[in-house]
Each structure stands twice: as structure tokens, then as C-alpha cells.
Design a protein around this ligand. Structure first.
Ligand code: BGC
Length: 766
């Protein structure tokens, strides 16, 4: 057990929020609404007595970045050593909420040991494009995976008496122009794709804080977006915590306070506090609104105090956390391909092995920017493999900026690697994105590996057909230009401080891989749905692909991909049997219970991520072919089987109705599929769901077709049409004409008076 820090408590453990609030002056309350410095909330002192203590918040999300003295914000300056867990991409690829909860508990313990009240994470923004520079901090292209895993992490962290900050709310899906760009997204797409991960975390785990995004959403800065911060987050989802700005995201402070942005970070030097006071004095802002925000800040302080003042030993078992980081890195490693060579797959490794690639010796294990942690130690794959395997010849093959200097020309490095590869039974080639390729603050402009690495790989593969590629990077890279030259491909992501040993555990078979892709690997960047509208221009990015993000798009187009969403291999095999689905309710209570028996049919213990996809093939609105609605990870001994049960509820079956502005379950046939990936469906059941009656309001711009199909007045109109037939050729055209035009043209016996009567009757529900 190693002590990271021991500090005696200096605060009192309780704060009576209402009593303190009632006693504060307007100026004191306004002062609570912005930071004291880069990382602390504002204290209130009177005559040398602390009335409200300051508490510290710090990044996040995959480790504690507590800066020692001056804050430089971008993580370049020193921070205290802390366990660097795998980044969100890697953690997410485990699809294991239990594991994320344990990682969360460890993060919470370190946060608490360092007297920090809130760890700034997790990030659950959707990976709209593989190019987003911050994808390593986000979980998935799918909101169910991002939401459920985000919730598990929050529950784990908060179980230690410290808070989290769910970020970046909302539609922060790129780094380009992130502080200004307007994400222009229709409401249905927001509701079905970009908001549900946040909603799941809020409703399942109640994070202490939510951090608003820098960008605008449909023209309004998230930091002053009343609909996002209050109507949706609080009124609809029941969020009970505090909304904090992203660092420097505030544009108009008074508008922000009114919209529900409680705390501005970092400090504004008192400028915006004065603006808030002036607005109240001028009658432009109700003091009750200031009270509301101040109360939330006080509540945050109050709920932080028990941990900050506890007399528990503030120790962290650094070794245990490193071991957990290694377990998590292995669990998030995805075995993409493991083809046989001479009759048997190359992995797990057997026989003599050589390693090529500087990244095996100089690992990339986290991304750049505000999440950058100073690790307590660092494992590299080369040392780990030598530890497990004995003698392992090595050639760097290329250089990376962070690695040892090597003055030799590129050709010499490649020639040496080829010699090492030729002499080996199997060669493991470590490739990946250089640090400069991906970071907070900017996006990639392509998804390729560096050309020198691909050239090295080709030379090595020409010398030895037994090649395993291990990839490092926070998001997907193109594999199609080179992967047919190699038999095995492993995605190790940015696996944290134990990423090197974790990936080696998978290579050697000490751990049976069970990670799966949380994002599709397209054949080409140009195939990605956001291509052409990412990252936008002149201050706007239009989410033109709408709902068809990630696999939803590739499936809609029946497009070939390099590796589908949900894909990942194991050293054992699983069969899926007895897939059944039964309807459990109707209308707003509609539901489907799904069962499948999973059997481990191989010779090794292993874990399978079982995925449930739902599709509504005959719908009045566009719906993705299939959407992930539930998943479970099952551990099975060789030969063992387990029946897994999933409850799909009304919300899972619904779409967001853009006119009624609510969730609607449409009746009819639904397809429920259980599978090992979005493209490897092992069982499919069709069920008839009894939906809700949806009656749209009718008005003079409703189309003739809508009116004919209307449940209340459709019959009447159809009878009128029968009595006053319209030429069949004209009828097709008339279907899409507004009723007002039909009435003006006198078609189907309709006139203006008749139209008024129809609209009234439809509204009265007759
Ligand atoms: C980032 C946040 C981070 C904050 C504090 C911002 O630039 O977007 O994710 O928590 O800085 O470092």
C-alpha cells in the first residue's frame, strides 16, 4: 500500500445550505457563481471566518490531473502522479459496466485521497467522425454503449463520496472551431443520437455536475441554452446537480445564469459576478434565479465536505490500481482479425517471436490536452513481452518524437526490421498514430497511419508471412490499405499506463480477448456519413446525415466496412441458440423480453458481448435498419452456457416524433436480432407490437394525404372523395398538396368552409 498523499482535514464537515444561503448578500451569492481560480470554487469569508469553503475540481476523465501549482490548463505543466487508466475508447471497448464501475471506484479513491471534490469526466459525446481529435475521450458512435458505460463509471466514482462532471453537453463532436461552431442538428437527431447517452447517465447515475459544451447548438451557445440546460436536462430528465461551464465557455454570463448555467469556470476575476449583480439591480434578472444557482453551488460544496473532512486514511494502493489498469487495458483490447497461417491462427503467440515498431518500446497510452495524466508508472509492450516470453529480438523500424533519438536513415531502420522479422517465427509489428495526430483542440485530417509505418509493414510482411499488427490510437485508423498483408490485427487503443502489459496479456493468451468495437472501421474515410459535412465551415456544421450515424449509415447503405460496430474475436467460440422474443405490453407500456442461450463451444474460458438490435422495418418515418438497444457481457467456462435475458422497453421501440415532440411507439412488426456484432446476427425474431394511436393535429397546410389517413376525419374525407372523384393521375399529385390548395381548387368537393369544419372536427377528436 503506497500513500499518494496524506492531508489532515482542515474543514468542518457540514454546511447548512438554506441557512447559509439566506444569510449571504447578493454580491456574495453572485461570487459563488464563478471560480476562485482555475480549479477552485469561490470561498466566502467574513472577518477571517470561512462561511463557505472553496472546493477543488480537476480533470478527468481517465485519471486525476491535479496540477501542483500554477495551472496551465493544457496539461503541459506538472500534475501529481496518478493512475492513468485506459482512455474512454479503450474502456468502452470492454463493453463491461462492472469493470467500468471498478475503474470508477479506483478513480474516486484517488480523487478523494487528493482532496479533490469533483473529477471532470466522463465524456459521452458521440463519435460522429473518426477524425474528431478528442475521440479517445469518448466512448462510442452509439448512445446506448456510451450511456450505460458512462453511467457505470459515474456510479463507481461517486460511490467514493466525490463527484463527476458529465461532459460536454451537448453536440460537441469535433474540435475544429469548437469554441464557436454551431452544431446544426434537427431535434429528432438530437433526441435519438446526441442526447440519449447524457440522458442515460443522468437518469441512471445522477452525476453531481454536468459540464456544458463550448459550441453552439442550433445557433445558441450551450452555456446559455435554456432548452438544453433547463427544459431537457432538469425538467425532463430530472437532473439534480449543478451545471458547470466548460473552461472559458461563457459568452454572456447573465443569459447563462438565467438559462441554468450555475457555475462559470475558471475565475472571471469578478467581472461576470459584477454583471450578475448589476442585472439584478437593474431588474433584468430575478434574484431568485441567482439564489437557485448559488444554492446548487452550496449543495455541491455541502455534498463534498464529508469526503474532504473524513479522517479515513488517505492512501491509495498504487499497485492494485496499476493491476486494475492492466486488467482494463486487456479487457478493452479488440482482436480484429486472427486468420490461420499454415493451418493455425497466429494468436495467442506460440514459438519464437520478434517485435518491430518503436511504439512497442515507447508507448502511446493517452491523448493530449486537458486529460493528460502523469502516470504512477508506465509499462511498455516490449518489456512485458520479454517478461512473458523470454528472448524477443526487437527493431524499432521507425522513430517517434517521444522515443530515443536514432540518427539512422529510414531505409536502414526498415532493413534492420526486415532482418529481425525474417529470422523470427512470428513477428509482432506495433503501429499507430503519432501523438501529434490526435489531441484535444484539433481534429485529424485523414485516418491513415503514417506512410513510413505502412512502408515498414509492407517490407516486414514480404519477409515473413506470420505478421501480427498491434495498433495504438485513440480512434480508428484505416486498415484496408494494408491489412490483407497480415494475418492478425489487434486494436490496443490508448490503453493507459498499463496498456503495454495489458495488450501483451492478450497476445500471449494470458487473457482471452473479449473487447468489441464501439465504432465502425470504414473501408475509407469517404464512406463515413459525416464526410462532406465535417467539420463544417464559416461557423456552422450541419449534421446532414441525421440519424444515420456510424453503423446506422453503413447498414442503411448496405455498405461494406472493414470491421463492423460490435465486432471483436476471441480465442474461443460461442454459439447463440434458443433466441426468443415475447411482447410484454402495449402502447406506451410496450415492451419485448428477449432471451438467448450463449454457449462457449471452444476449449478456453472466455467472455462474449451479446448485443440486441431492434428495427422497425415498416414505419411512417425513416428509421435505421437496426439499432443497439441492450447488451450484456457473459463469462463462460469451456462448454458452459447461460441464458441471457434483456428487457426492451417502450422507449427502446420509440422514435422521437418531431411534430408531437414526444416519444412514440408505432404499432406493427419489429425485428429483434441478437448477435455478436451489428453484422453478425445469430438469431432474429419478428414480433407484433401494439403501438399508440397517434393523432396529428390538422391544419390548412396539412396535406390531402395526411387528412385522408387521419383517424378522426379521414373517413369523412374519403367519402367526399368518392362522391367527387379526382382523376387518378391528378390524385397522386393531390396527395402532397396542402388542404388549403385542395379547397381553393375545389377538389374532392372541399371548399374553405369545409376545410374549417375538418380542422375543427379533427381538433375536437370527433
Ligand atoms: C476541456 C474540458 C476540461 C476543462 C478543464 C476544457 O478545455 O474541454 O474537458 O475538463 O478544459 O481542463
Amino acid at each position: 500500500m503506497t500513500a499518494l498523499q496524506e492531508t489532515p482535514p482542515t474543514l468542518t464537515s457540514t454546511l447548512d445550505v438554506e441557512r447559509v444561503l439566506a444569510d449571504l448578500t447578493l454580491e456574495e451569492k453572485a461570487s459563488l457563481l464563478s471560480g476562485q481560480d482555475f480549479w477552485h470554487t469561490q470561498a466566502v469569508e467574513r472577518d477571517g471566518t470561512v462561511v463557505v469553503p472553496a472546493v477543488m475540481v480537476t480533470d478527468g476523465p481517465h485519471g486525476l490531473r491535479k496540477q501542483e501549482a500554477s495551472a496551465d490548463h493544457l496539461g503541459l505543466g506538472g500534475s501529481v502522479p496518478a493512475t492513468c487508466f485506459p482512455t474512454a475508447t479503450a474502456l468502452g471497448s470492454s463493453w463491461d459496466p462492472g469493470l467500468l464501475r471498478r475503474v470508477g471506484e479506483a478513480l474516486g479513491r484517488e480523487t478523494r485521497a487528493h482532496d479533490v471534490a469533483v473529477l471532470l469526466g466522463p465524456g459521452v459525446n458521440i463519435k460522429r467522425s473518426p477524425l474528431c481529435g478528442r475521440n479517445f475521450e469518448y466512448v462510442s458512435e452509439d448512445p446506448v454503449v456510451a450511456g450505460d458505460l458512462g453511467a457505470a463509471l459515474v456510479q463507481g466514482i461517486q460511490s467514493q463520496g466525490v463527484g463527476t462532471s458529465l461532459k460536454h453537453f451537448a453536440a460537441n463532436n469535433q474540435e475544429a472551431d469548437r469554441m464557436r461552431v454551431s452544431a446544426d442538428v434537427d431535434e429528432r437527431t438530437l433526441r435519438e443520437i446526441y442526447l440519449p447517452a447524457f440522458e442515460r447517465v443522468v437518469t441512471q447515475a445522477q452525476p453531481w455536475t454536468v459540464m456544458c459544451a463550448y459550441n453552439k447548438v442550433n445557433g445558441v451557445y450551450a452555456s446559455q441554452h435554456d432548452w438544453l440546460l433547463t427544459s431537457v436536462l432538469r425538467d425532463e430528465w430530472g437532473f439534480e446537480g449543478l451545471v458547470v461551464s466548460d473552461w472559458g465557455a461563457v459568452r454572456e454570463r447573465v443569459a447563462g445564469v438565467a438559462a441554468g448555467l450555475d457555475l462559470e469556470m475558471p475565475a472571471s476575476g469578478g467581472r461576470t459576478d459584477a454583471e450578475v449583480v448589476a442585472a439584478v439591480r437593474a431588474g433584468e434578472l430575478d434574484e431568485a434565479v441567482v439564489d437557485r444557482a448559488a444554492r446548487r453551488v452550496l449543495h455541491l460544496v455541502a455534498r463534498s465536505l464529508p469526503a474532504l473532512t473524513s479522517t479515513d486514511a488517505r492512501t491509495v494502493d498504487v499497485d492494485a490500481h496499476h493491476a486494475l489498469a492492466r486488467e482494463a487495458a486487456a479487457a478493452g483490447t479488440v482482436l480484429l482479425r486472427n486468420d490461420p497461417v499454415d493451418g493455425s491462427p497466429l494468436l495467442p503467440l506460440a514459438g519464437d517471436v520478434a517485435v518491430v515498431g518503436e511504439l512497442a518500446r515507447t508507448p502511446r497510452y493517452q491523448g493530449a490536452g486537458s486529460s493528460q495524466v502523469k502516470p504512477t508508472r508506465l509499462d511498455d509492450a516490449l518489456t512485458a513481452l520479454r517478461g512473458a516470453h523470454g528472448e524477443v529480438p526487437f527493431a524499432p523500424g521507425y522513430t517517434v518524437a517521444e522515443g530515443p533519438a536514432d540518427e539512422r536513415p529510414a531505409e536502414a531502420l526498415v532493413a534492420e526490421a526486415v532482418e529481425v522479422a525474417r529470422a523470427a517465427g512470428t513477428v509482432v509489428v506495433f503501429l499507430g498514430l503519432p501523438a501529434a495526430y490526435e489531441s484535444e483542440g484539433y481534429d485529424r485530417d485523414h485516418m491513415d497511419l503514417p506512410a513510413d509505418q505502412v512502408a515498414l509493414l509492407r517490407a516486414v510482411a514480404a519477409a515473413n508471412p506470420r505478421v501480427v499488427v498491434v495498433l495504438s490510437g485513440g480512434s480508428v485508423v484505416s486498415v484496408s490499405p494494408w491489412q490483407d498483408d497480415v494475418a492478425a490485427v489487434v486494436a490496443g487503443w490508448l490503453g493507459g499506463q498499463a496498456g503495454g502489459s495489458g495488450v501483451v496479456d492478450v497476445l500471449t493468451g494470458a487473457v482471452n480477448p473479449s473487447g468489441k468495437l464501439t465504432e465502425t472501421i470504414p473501408l475509407r474515410l469517404e464512406d463515413n456519413p459525416s464526410f462532406g459535412s465535417f467539420p463544417g465551415e464559416l461557423g456552422h456544421v450541419r449534421y446532414g446525415e441525421g440519424l444515420l450515424v456510424g453503423y446506422r449509415w453503413y447498414d442503411a447503405r448496405r455498405a461494406e466496412v472493414a470491421y463492423p460496430f460490435g465486432h471483436g474475436l476471441s480465442y474461443t467460440t460461442f454459439t447463440y441458440g434458443d433466441v426468443v422474443a415475447e411482447v410484454t405490453g402495449a402502447g406506451a407500456q410496450a415492451g419485448v423480453r428477449v432471451r438467448a442461450r450463449i454457449t462457449n463451444t471452444g476449449a478456453r474460458a472466455g467472455a462474449e458481448v451479446v448485443q440486441v438490435y431492434v428495427g422497425d422495418p415498416e414505419s411512417q418515418v425513416q428509421r435505421p435498419v437496426r439499432e443497439l438497444k441492450a447488451f450484456a457481457k457473459v463469462d463462460l467456462a469451456p462448454g458452459a452456457n447461460e441464458v441471457v435475458t434483456f428487457d426492451i422497453d417502450a422507449r427502446d421501440l420509440s422514435y422521437w416524433h418531431p411534430v408531437l415532440r414526444r416519444w412514440v411507439v408505432e404499432g406493427g412488426e419489429f425485428v429483434v436480432a441478437v448477435g455478436a456484432s451489428s453484422r453478425d446476427l445469430r438469431g432474429e425474431v419478428r414480433v407484433q407490437v401494439e403501438g399508440e394511436d397517434v393523432t396529428l393535429p390538422l391544419h390548412e397546410l396539412s396535406t390531402f394525404g395526411e387528412a385522408l389517413a387521419h383517424p378522426v376525419v379521414g373517413g369523412e374525407l374519403r367519402a367526399a372523395l368518392e362522391a367527387n372523384p379526382v382523376d387518378p393521375g391528378l390524385l397522386s399529385m393531390a396527395t402532397d398538396m396542402p388542404l388549403a390548395v385542395i379547397a381553393d381548387f375545389g377538389m374532392a368537393g372541399l371548399d374553405r368552409a369545409g376545410l374549417e369544419h375538418l380542422v375543427e372536427a379533427a381538433g375536437a377528436g370527433r
